[in-house]
Ligand binder design. Structure first.
Ligand code: NDP
Ligand code: 2IT
Length: 449
């Protein structure tokens, strides 16, 4: 007799937890995918017999290395560096690098796993990987960051390459860090290739890569809202974070007529009842990117704005765009959002909602755009940066804007195709199944590997 979905899921999770003890973020991400995927694959014996899900949750390889560097006072410092190469079934490993003290193997395994599905959903030929270090860039001088990045790349360069594995930015890694790492790669190998994306425009970067993730998050929300017969105009929007993704999500939501009431950092959030317009956003960008200050300064600068400790999810809104980090919305916060009228959530951060929060959105049947679909605009333009580098060309901004819009529309369509349940679109289910099918079919073509 065929195994039931519940039994399969239980066995799968028991085995996964036994093989990966203590890796709670990795367990969480795998459960989120498996809980929607298993009912689908139990009806498709080819995936079960070939153990595709089991193989996909065991990364192709993980590299862990020491990163030694010298601070400005000539103290010797060291951190732990990683690269998790999850799957190259449909293209070279692709995914960001994160520098944050909370980085662990579990965090990077969850991110690499998610990235594999996300990259598949884009329709572009990219596998999934993620890397990083438990380095804290806060309070470090530019020289310290440069020495750290150079040391990190001195080890990492052996494992990456333009047809092998192409890293990019993530939390704590932006244009400055990519520049230092690309420079070191070039020095070590004498090769000028598209080995990293998110590069400066002077040295092979793509137009709109910086904006792409945040814009894409709003485009995904807009696609969901269009399907439901509404739009962004006049909506009250909450954003968390004040980094790369948050900044351009605020910009695009505002351009489309939304009123953004909040942004945040790890110390708290600002609430501006008048809305964060372009001029105020420019202040935030200078504060965070150039002066590397704290968000509280916003409340001192603009009359009527308030600073609060904690997270912004108790502020009433129509649309929520979490753009900071994983597990930044728990079940109680999700319920508060829903009680206060939230109808749309589009995730900029990776796995910002915990499982209780996701269950609450789906039970309430609101429009829920899960991260692997909603934040795929960034890696999509990274894929376009790779194509431009290979062709030794650079495409116009207009062309790239069109491509980003069409990739986000395509992802939305794939989610609708696999996630429609009567009148409701379960975008999480749609994203997980659509992302899986392409990778799984490629794996089947390779036989046992
Ligand atoms: P940045 O480093 O530019 O910004 C991160 C923001 O999140 C900062 O405001 C930071 O606050 C806040 N933050 C980070 N960690 C925490 C925490 N533990 N608690 C509260 N706030 C926190 O990163 P990005 O904007 O690039 O990334 C944000 C999210 O988007 C991440 O989940 C990332 O994986 C995801 N993402 C990024 C993509 C990209 O292209 N960059 C693509 C797709 C997803 P503070 O300044 O205080 O540290
Ligand atoms: O989570 C992500 O998709 C990213 N950090 C971007 C990855 C990339 O390769 O552009």
């Amino acid at each position: 007799m065929a195994i039931s979905a519940n039994e399969y899921l239980d066995n799968f999770m028991t085995g996964l937890k036994r093989r990966n003890p203590g890796e709670t973020e990795f367990h969480q991400a795998c459960y989120e995918v498996a809980s929607t995927l298993v009912p689908y694959i139990v009806t498709k014996p080819k995936y079960i017999e070939a153990q595709v899900l089991e193989r996909l949750t065991e990364p192709d390889r993980v590299v862990i290395f020491r990163v030694s560097w010298e601070d400005d006072k000539q103290n010797i410092r060291h951190n732990r560096g990683y690269r998790v190469q999850c799957s190259n079934a449909i293209g070279p490993y692709k995914g960001g690098i994160r520098f944050h003290p909370s980085v662990t193997l579990s965090v990077l395994k969850f991110l690499a796993f998610e990235q594999t599905f996300k990259n598949s959903l884009t329709g572009l030929p990219m596998g999934g990987g993620k890397g990083g270090a438990d380095f804290n860039p806060k309070g470090k001088s530019d020289h310290e960051v440069m020495r750290f990045c150079q040391s990190f790349m001195t080890e990492l360069h052996r494992y990456i390459g333009d047809d092998v594995d192409v890293p990019a930015g993530d939390i704590g890694v932006g244009g400055r860090e990519i520049g230092y790492m690309f420079g070191q790669y070039k020095r070590l190998t004498t090769r000028f290739t598209g080995v990293l994306t998110g590069k400066g425009l002077e040295y092979g970067g793509s137009k709109i890569r910086t904006e792409a993730t945040g814009y894409g998050v709003v485009y995904f929300a807009q696609n969901m809202m269009k399907q439901a017969g509404t739009d962004m105009a006049g909506k009250k929007v909450l954003v968390s974070g004040s980094g790369n993704v948050a900044t351009y999500a605020v910009e695009k939501a505002t351009q489309l007529g939304g009123k953004v009431l909040t942004m945040s950092d790890s110390s708290g959030y600002i609430y501006d009842k008048d809305g964060i317009n372009a001029e105020k956003l420019a202040f935030i960008q200078d504060l965070k990117e150039v002066r590397r200050g704290r968000i509280e300064e916003y409340a001192k600068q603009f009359k009527g704005a308030e600073f609060h400790e904690g997270r912004p999810w108790n502020v009433p809104c129509d649309v929520a765009l979490p753009c900071a980090t994983q597990n930044e919305i728990n079940g109680a916060e999700a319920k508060a959002l829903l009680k206060n009228g939230m109808k749309v959530i589009s995730e900029g951060a990776n796995m910002p909602s915990d499982q209780d929060a996701i269950n609450a959105y789906i039970d309430a049947k609101v429009l829920y755009g899960p991260s692997k679909a909603a934040n795929a605009g960034g890696v999509s333009v990274s894929g376009m940066e790779m194509s431009q580098n290979s062709a030794r060309l650079s495409w116009s901004e207009e062309e790239l804007q069109k491509l980003l819009l069409s990739v986000m529309k395509g992802i939305h369509e794939r989610c609708v195709e696999y996630g429609t349940e009567g009148k409701y679109v379960n975008y999480m289910k749609g994203a997980n199944i659509a992302g899986f099918v392409k990778v799984a079919d490629a794996m089947l073509a390779f036989g046992v590997a």
